[in-house]
Design a protein around this ligand. Structure first.
Ligand code: LLP
Length: 442
């Protein structure tokens, strides 16, 4: 079983006090020490999935693992991924800068995105980012122009839209034909011609696609590889090139609830390498850009229960239990109807309580701010600490200050040690960037 198939961090257990612990740290103690809401990240789980990926592809000679840093990009996370030998897929100056400041060899960084600005391109070139994935005609011209100004040659991949619809939420599909990302296959010759004959500072190395996220069907990846190889073979022949790099993006799913059955990383590797071996093209470099499957399972969020409310609708009772976080630290339920599992951390104390169906509501002023709709739990009471699992990916990275609430802290746990890796925001932080024009000052 690979780590993405676990619902909880692999170190999760109930300790001698009858509390849930992760990375050897008692979650009730963490909540007390650091306050809630609190993001907790388990280092062993994170390193475990990195090793699963590396082992799964160990027989394929030219694999390059790139962590999609959009899933969670903090300096400590970057350090761990760097130690595990991963490169980084980045999509903004902020991600590039974080990776750079964390001491990463910038040749292992790829710059993605459908509307990179001049300023971002300049930063990426100045910091010597290894690859650009060129998304559109406008960018190709702009990148070539800036590279010419700086007298640089830039290694690029072409972002393609392979026309694959995978079964996932429509907001996180990206490979379908009407996607905003990339060149569709009818535009490939035109852009290749421009690169070969006009954009002298761009050096085409290969192709790139990303078909979507939270994917369970491996067939979608096989189809994608098939399309990308055919394109490489076709372009090489038509333009007399030797493209030998193929970035197949990320997308492997994780287990948010008991019903989810994501595939094993080993099976993903088999599907990809099998599809490669069907072709005569010389074994290209394959880039993989997983984000969610790398970081999601390692993360949990702790909340404290506050108010509750019982509503009687048509003689059906609905009970809301509100916690001290919600859509600003985890926007996924309200954005994608994402589902999660929660548990009270004080397992022994909860064992004598009756179970009931509750809806875990967030604290934000929005009816849609529901973290879990109807889950059976030992009757939650004010002061209980709840743990919501699988919140490592796209939670902190999409967090906001909605309702002017401070973003939570994040701690890294390992071998019974906990370290802050993101400080909790303070009230002062919230007004740090405000400015009052002189005429309004008191
Ligand atoms: N590569 C590219 C070009 C991408 O656009 C993405 C994700 C990835 C790699 C990583 O995909 P992953 O392995 O994480 O599935 N906020 C949404 C997910 C958006 C994904 C965007 N692109 C969510 O919370 O579900």
């Amino acid at each position: 079983m690979s780590v993405n198939q676990f619902l909880k961090p692999i170190t999760t257990e109930v300790n001698e006090k009858g509390h849930i612990s992760i990375g050897g740290c008692d979650l009730a103690d963490l909540a007390k020490k650091y306050g809630t809401p609190l993001y907790v990240l388990d280092e062993e789980t994170l390193r475990g999935i990195c090793r699963d990926y590396k082992n799964a592809f160990k027989d394929y000679p030219n694999i390059k693992m790139m962590y999609a840093s959009k899933a969670l990009c903090t300096s400590a996370v970057v350090r761990i991924l760097d130690e595990e030998g991963f490169g980084f897929d980045t999509v903004s100056s902020g991600e590039i800068y974080t990776v750079y400041k964390s001491g990463v060899d910038m040749s292992k960084v790829l710059f993605n995105g459908n509307n990179k600005t001049r300023k971002e391109i300049e930063l990426a070139l100045d910091l010597k980012v290894g690859r650009f994935s060129v998304d559109n005609f406008y960018e190709a011209e702009l990148l070539n122009q800036i590279a010419e100004e700086k007298d640089l040659n830039v290694d690029i991949l072409l972002r393609l839209t392979p026309g694959i619809e995978c079964h996932t939420h429509e907001y996180i599909q990206t490979g379908q034909i009407d996607s905003k990302f990339g060149f569709d296959l009818t535009q490939v010759d035109e852009i290749t011609d421009l690169i070969v004959n006009k954009y002298k500072n761009l050096k085409l190395k290969g192709v790139h696609a990303h078909i979507g996220s939270q994917i369970f069907e491996l067939k979608s990846f096989a189809d994608e590889v098939e399309i990308l190889i055919k394109e490489i073979e076709r372009i090489n022949k038509k333009f007399n090139l030797k493209l030998d790099e193929m970035n197949i993006g990320g997308g492997l799913g994780v287990k948010y609830t008991e019903e989810d059955c994501p595939p094993d990383v080993k099976d993903l590797a088999d599907v990809i390498t099998e599809a490669m071996h069907k072709h005569s093209v010389e074994i290209p470099v394959i880039y993989l850009e997983p984000g969610r499957s790398i970081i999601s399972t390692a993360g949990v969020t702790l909340y404290t229960v506050g108010s509750s409310k019982t509503v009687n609708i048509d003689s059906k009772i609905k009970r809301y239990v509100s916690v001290d976080g919600g859509m600003a630290d985890n926007p996924r339920p309200s954005m994608y109807q994402a589902e999660y599992l929660a548990e009270g951390v004080n397992v022994s104390a909860l064992s004598n309580r009756v179970k009931e169906k509750v809806t875990i509501a967030g604290r934000y002023c929005e009816s849609g701010d529901i973290i879990i709709n109807e889950i059976e739990l030992p009757k939650p009471q004010a002061g209980d600490v709840l743990c919501v699992y699988n919140t490592g990916a796209y939670n902190y990275s999409m967090a906001s200050n909605y309702n002017r609430v401070e973003k939570p802290a994040m701690v890294l746990v390992k071998s019974a040690q906990s370290d802050i890796i993101v400080n909790r925001e303070s009230l002062e932080d919230l007004i740090l960037h405000d400015n009052i024009p002189d005429r309004l000052r008191k």
